[in-house]
Design a protein around this ligand. Sequence first.
Ligand code: ADP
Ligand code: MG
Length: 236
Amino acid sequence: GLSAESYRHQHEITVSGDDIPTPFTTFESTGFPSEILREVHHAGFSAPTPIQAQTWPIALQGRDIVAIAKTGSGKTLGYLMPGFVHLKRCRNNSQMGPTVLVLAPTRELATQIQDEAVKFGRSSRISCTCLYGGAPKGPQLRDLDRGADIVVATPGRLNDILEMRRISLRQVSYLVLDEADRMLDMGFEPQIRKIVKEVPARRQTLMYTATWPKEVRKIAADLLVNPVQVNIGSID
Ligand code: ADP
Ligand code: MG
């Protein structure tokens, strides 16, 4: 409708795909569970960011998304919030492996994502473990053995732990590739492809990138099914 179009225009959102839902311009309109909304109010946030407003209703429909947006646009909660809702719907046993898997390029980013997941998922009793290189595997393996609904990982370390057969990805049904362009620049494409082979094909996949070069378009075409594309601002 007209209001969706004016919101998109005002916030430089462009979308492509069939039947794009109206953006959630307020937190109340998201229908997120009250314990999650409480955390949002506690954080002092006044409204969803444009990427959150447009991608949340699409993600809640279970559709694949490729989102192109600069840093600082609120992408982390953009995928974590629908991931929390997905977890509530699945009610998997975290001892059998994660349901939500987030791949990120660096240890620093992965730990930031985990911090956000812990902060906003705590009252929903969602558990999250972080796997990254440059640190001993022992403590990370012990965390994994306690069970985690969400695993946030750099591709190199996750691939090592997969090869040790210390994690199963057979229960993953919500897969996020954050900063996909940076992961490819860092040479992680082979590890990403090996990891995704272990994730069931029946899943929802969300990819976030700041840029949209040929290599990123190729991996998106290979890993996502009929994705909705959402751009915030201009594409380089
Ligand atoms: P990106 O991944 O796009 O670079 P982040 O997800 O790291 O951005 O978010 C940047 C900052 O904005 C974080 O500190 C985050 O907590 C905050 N933030 C996220 N959503 C909102 C919101 N709706 N309102 C205000 N701040 C937000
Ligand atoms: Mg980010």
